[in-house]
Ligand binder design. Structure first.
Ligand SMILES: NC(=O)c1ccc[n+]([C@@H]2O[C@H](COP(=O)([O-])OP(=O)(O)OC[C@H]3O[C@@H](n4cnc5c(N)ncnc54)[C@H](OP(=O)(O)O)[C@@H]3O)[C@@H](O)[C@H]2O)c1
Length: 280
């Protein structure tokens, strides 16, 4: 038996990846804490319950690894899983990582190194997801309720990427074991974009007036906390905005084109695809 275990298989990236793989005729097992009852190839998987690792890996020769979300210290949970991946003889392991290294989260760097050290280990360093502009992300909630983007990132630019393109890249790497793969890819959209430009594009494409409210890092931490994020994670995300403001995260790559054969979606196209989101 062979196939791809997709952890986070019901999330934004994982769900699209499962669909892409199945469309390509590849077996994809969608793993999450709440597997869809209607999906015969869904399985319960919980990072906090190692008993679920073995059954999820059983018979799978490829893995898409979505580390525990909203954690600044994922390695203690991922390390035992990686040992089981090794024992299961997995031949390709693609981890969704981030282009931005969260401050105070050294274990994410170590985790990426451990994945890359494995034969067939690939880390996707994804830029900010355009899907953060969709609810329930706090950024999107503010736009929806108040027509406002509240940011501590100033006019700093980021190579925003559509999560559907991240899934397409993962699918290209996981569908065919014969496909060449490097151990590291920076995954971005077609160009850098700041929040003021994002607001203009949403207004131009949907008619919804969106303005940018520049706030301090402290105010951003409070806002993330209020949305239910764990304190450490809220602080780390807010600190990332400082890096964006200072221009440290402004980078783009051609990996989507290289791996999928088509260019990454632009933010304008993303907004058009989700125009319903900004309707009053
Ligand atoms: N947002 C960004 O801008 C951005 C940028 C770069 C990289 N990333 C990376 O992208 C990742 C998030 O990807 P996404 O947006 O596709 O995910 P998502 O939509 O937030 O979905 C998370 C998935 O993980 C599952 N999950 C949550 N807790 C779990 C647990 N304890 N055990 C097992 N499964 C669990 C969820 O299903 P259940 O709830 O059913 O378990 C769901 O399938 C993060 O790791 C982040 O570092 C995000």
């Amino acid at each position: 038996m062979s196939g791809v275990l997709v952890t986070g298989g019901t999330g934004r990236t994982g769900k699209t990846l499962v669909q892409e793989l199945r469309n390509a005729g590849v077996r994809a097992r969608a793993a999450s804490r709440n597997p869809a009852a209607a999906d015969p190839d869904a399985i319960r998987f919980d990072w906090r319950d190692p008993i679920t690792y073995g059954p999820a890996l059983d018979g799978m020769d490829r893995v898409f690894l979505l580390p525990p979300v909203e954690s600044v210290d994922p390695l203690p949970l991922v390390e035992p899983f990686l040992r089981q991946v090794q024992r299961a003889g997995v031949q390709r392991l693609v981890m969704l990582g981030s282009a931005i290294v969260l401050p105070n989260a050294p274990s994410a760097v170590e985790m990426a190194a451990q994945v890359q050290a494995r034969p067939g280990g690939v880390v996707l360093r994804a830029s900010g997801f355009m899907q953060n502009f969709l609810r329930p992300h706090p950024l999107a909630e503010h736009i929806h309720r108040l027509g406002e983007i509240r940011t501590a990132a100033g006019d700093g630019e980021l190579g925003w990427v559509d999560a559907r393109d991240v899934a397409a890249v993962a699918a290209a790497l996981l569908a065919d074991l014969g496909a060449d793969a490097r151990s590291d890819y920076l995954i971005t959209g077609p160009h850098g974009m700041g929040y003021p430009q994002a607001a203009q594009i949403i207004t131009a494409r949907t008619g919804r007036q969106v303005r940018v409210e520049h706030i301090t890092e402290e105010d951003q931490i409070a806002a993330y906390r209020a949305s239910g994020m764990p304190t450490e994670f809220a602080a780390a995300l807010a600190a990332v905005e400082r890096g964006i403001k200072e221009g440290r995260e402004d980078q783009v790559s051609t990996a989507v084109l290289e791996l999928t054969g088509r260019p990454p979606r632009s933010f304008a196209d993303f907004v058009t695809d989700h125009a319903y989101e900004w309707k009053r």
